[in-house]
Design a protein around this ligand. Structure first.
Ligand code: NAD
Length: 452
């Protein structure tokens, strides 16, 4: 065991000391989760549902406390952090309706009855990043628990506080010891052990594509199930027939929300040439009006970056780039960075191709629909994207043609827990959320009962 000092990214002051688990403590947590599995699996569906509803109610009752923790730990704006705590509550309520609805099927077979069952896997390992610590944890644990699995969750090193508090609330709601365990620690120690331990039957990983690849390779050794939610470089495509004022007003929040540390950030803006100059002019006003300030303020639209390391990484994309204009940000302590709009020289520029994961957006013009689709798809990633147009046919054609898992027309819809979420290409493997998520935490068993 070692300890880790959690910092407030808005002030650089210490917030808490958190113990990091070593291999032995990780193994012990996995074994406790394994021991807790039969009783949780065998709990009557209605009772499992009741515990999850109680958990949701406790999250609701502690919403302000959880939001405050995330503001201090991750620098999220108060408005966002409140939304995130509410999202955990809603995700728990939504999947609390699943235990009584884990239906199998009756399939016609001669000579008897054929039925299918959805049986839980056992211990599920969740590996969570620092950018949205609460929602991403809940998107894994709520459907996994609803389907009858037990969960070991590893939060990111930088942001363990809300996950630890959520596990306490789960215990208070009636989850037995070992049903939901949070194990803070280093990725290569605790995270890697969730991948390599044979009692963990599935790993859900959210994080960078590079680490995701090593997680998938580790899971392959044991033919372990694996879901990956990885990076993105999403396109925001604005056609000349769109409401350009609306598109420009909406663009800053679609990429600078959470200081750009969002896998769905629309960090590439593609604008049809006829409205390119008009769009840039309107975008400049919108970026200047975007409020980057103390995240505890109700009015804040963006807070600091998560760490000095992330700040330096993002700054690396701006050095030598053609910055068209920037917003404002506080100075002094904290990992602050004003939002930046960059005009790349070509589609080969790093800032156009790589995930920056900071408040930086790149803008390029395009000529026609075919050009827009080709540019949007010229990316290793395929997580989300937006299309602004007044032409319904074009909206349909382009949203079907763009290779990404989550598209939004004339809006930048955020992730909705009742719709599926996940990526194409290097953005991931598998889907989370939506009505089918609990099934992804089960084995489908087929049983034939002979009538003779
Ligand atoms: P990261 O890959 O560095 O870390 C993610 C998690 O993996 C952390 O908990 C970390 O401790 C753990 N980890 C690190 N090394 C590991 C190893 N060898 N084995 C197992 N686990 C290990 O990513 P990050 O910097 O925390 O998060 C940012 C990335 O996450 C971005 O690329 C972003 O796009 C992505 N992300 C994707 C989604 C999505 O849903 N697609 C959502 C949020 C973030």
């Amino acid at each position: 065991m070692s300890t880790y000092t959690v910092l407030n990214p808005a002030t650089e002051e210490p917030v808490a000391e958190v113990e990091h688990a070593d291999l032995a403590a990780t193994d012990a947590a996995i074994e406790r989760a394994h021991a807790a599995f039969p009783a949780w699996r065998d709990l009557a569906p209605g009772e499992r549902a009741r515990v999850l509803r109680r958990f949701a109610d406790l999250v609701d009752a502690h919403g302000e406390e959880l939001a405050g923790l995330e503001v201090a730990n991750a620098g999220h704006t108060l408005g966002n952090a409140r939304w995130e705590a509410g999202n955990v509550r809603d995700v728990l309520h939504y999947y609390a309706a699943a235990p009584e609805r884990l239906f199998g099927r009756q399939i016609p077979v001669a000579g008897g009855i054929d039925v299918t069952f959805h049986e839980p896997l056992g211990v599920v390992g969740l590996i969570v990043p620092w950018n949205f610590p609460m929602p991403i944890a809940a998107w894994g644990f709520a459907p996994a628990l609803a389907a009858g699995n037990t969960v070991v969750l590893k939060p990111a090193e930088l942001t363990p506080l809300t996950a630890l508090r959520l596990a306490e609330l789960g215990r208070q709601a009636g989850l037995a010891d070992g049903v939901l365990t949070v194990v803070p620690g280093d990725g290569p120690v605790v995270g890697a052990r969730l991948v390599s331990h044979p009692l963990v039957r599935k790993v859900c990983f959210t994080g960078s594509s590079a680490v995701g690849q090593t997680v998938l390779a580790g899971c392959a050794e044991q033919l372990k199930r694996c879901t990956l939610e990885l990076g993105g470089k999403s396109a925001n495509v604005i056609f000349a027939d769109a409401d350009v004022a609306k598109a420009a007003a909406a663009a800053p929040a679609s990429v600078f929300d959470n200081a750009g540390q969002d896998c769905c950030a629309r960090s590439r803006i593609l604008v049809q040439r006829a409205v390119y100059e008009e769009f840039l002019g309107r975008l400049e006003s919108a970026v200047h009006a975007f409020r980057v300030e103390d995240p505890r303020r109700d009015s804040a639209e963006m807070g600091p970056l998560i760490s000095a390391r992330q700040h330096a990484r993002v700054q690396g994309y701006l050095d030598g780039a053609e910055v068209a204009f920037r917003g404002a940000a506080p100075t002094g302590p904290g990992f602050w960075m004003p939002p930046a709009v960059v005009l790349p020289g070509s589609v080969q520029d790093r800032v156009w191709r790589e995930e920056v994961f900071g408040p930086v957006v790149a803008v390029l013009p395009f000529d026609d629909e075919a050009d827009a689709v080709a540019m949007a798809n010229d990316s290793d990633y395929g997580l989300s994207g937006s299309i602004f147009t007044a032409d319904l046919g074009r909206a349909l054609r382009v949203s079907r043609a763009v290779q990404a898992g989550n598209l939004s027309v004339n809006s930048h819809s955020s992730v909705r827990y009742w719709t599926p979420f996940g990526g194409y290409k290097r953005s991931g493997l598998g889907r989370e959320l939506g009505p089918d998520a609990p099934n992804a935490f089960t084995e489908e068993k087929n049983v034939f009962l002979s009538q003779d």
